[in-house]
Design a protein around this ligand. Sequence first.
Ligand SMILES: NC(=O)N[C@@H](CC(=O)O)C(=O)O
Ligand SMILES: [Zn+2]
Ligand SMILES: [Zn+2]
Length: 437
Amino acid sequence: MSNVLIKSADIVGKGRRDVLVRDGRVAEIGSVSEKSTVAKDVEVVDADGLVLLPGLVDLHTHLREPGREDAETVLSGTRAAAKGGYTAVCAMANSYPVADTAGVVEQVAALGRAAGYADVQPIGAVSIGLEGKRLAEIGAMAQSAAAVRMFSDDGHCVHDPVLMRRALEYVKTFDGLVAQHAEEPRLTEGAQMNEGAVSAELGLPGWPSVAEEAIIARDVLLAEYTGARVHFCHVSTARSVDIIREAKARGAKVTAEVCPHHLLLTDEAARSYDPVYKVNPPLRREADVAVLRAALVEGVIDAVATDHAPHAPQDKECEWAAARPGMLGLETALSISVLALGGPAEVDWDVLAERTSRTPARIAGLEAHGRDPQPGTEANFTLVDPSATWTVVPEGLASLSRNTPYAGMELPVTVQATFLRGRATVLNGKIEEETHS
Ligand SMILES: NC(=O)N[C@@H](CC(=O)O)C(=O)O
Ligand SMILES: [Zn+2]
Ligand SMILES: [Zn+2]
């Protein structure tokens, strides 16, 4: 089904329109007369009451393949992405083997194409084996069939300033960027949760906010010095936002993302000792959450990114200190973002489209994504029901893993359909089983 007539969708900024898709691209937009278009080969999708967004784009997804296919695969992770309204995901490099060669990034991209549920853009490692010692083959990954533009040692900070400088000088030659996991490792040795009143009470070693802020401040300086692009992953503190705001005002080429969980949850959740709430960087204070929400609306934070981090039961269902950090995100990100921005009645859908689709597509250089429907553009959309609600049931998720912090919660907004080049990957809220790419 790549010929579709989407009837009467509320297109952000344009009002109610029909969108006719032929051969994966928008053919007509406006009031398309039924007679002329409802030919036999055109499927009609009634979108009355639904909001049409450009397909969501995730700058930060852990797909776990190769290496931890028990936790997630490219197939299961992209099915989860489609369910969440995503048409493109950027796959982090911390797989086993690490995505630090042209071979591995090409393999991940090929698995994405074979699955057919979302475009998979691999992120390459900055350093060999994420060890922070020697640069990975950045040029070969950039020139490979996977055309890697974004590089990250995510899971680890590119801590050595010389290595960071070299990486920035290198990616600058092809307008690439480094996505930094900002964590000064000496300040977080043994850390288990946000350092503050709650960690003191619980007696858990703290992860101080300055460990993030110190690296962001340094990398802003390196970005300005080299003229290269730096993107900050999972920004979690109020002071980080201040530093990024100042950097942007000076013209530094920096961008930043925030994760849905940092927009909603706080370190109070650690009182449960339930490792589902353990994540890097950790859940912070209420005051940080408020600043992150405002910064997202303002645009100081450019994008929502999931940091979808599936973990197998044995890595999560254990005591807090032994558990791996990270939580699922793809299937709940839109709902949590809407909730954090005031709920479906309050949310500005245009701002939401900007932060979840248009801007992340631009940051990652994914030209066919993040586009509002115009004649000729690829039909990568999601249809959202703004008045529906759903309850998170871990067993019902498309992800292979179950580590969602929202189990049992009733959330606003459902994804009714996702279209990738005009082909429904999700229809009537259900994953389409036949996707032929
Ligand atoms: N966020 C996490 O807590 N975990 C991520 C790594 C990372 O994003 O740093 C993971 O790969 O599990
Ligand atoms: Zn990280
Ligand atoms: Zn991550």
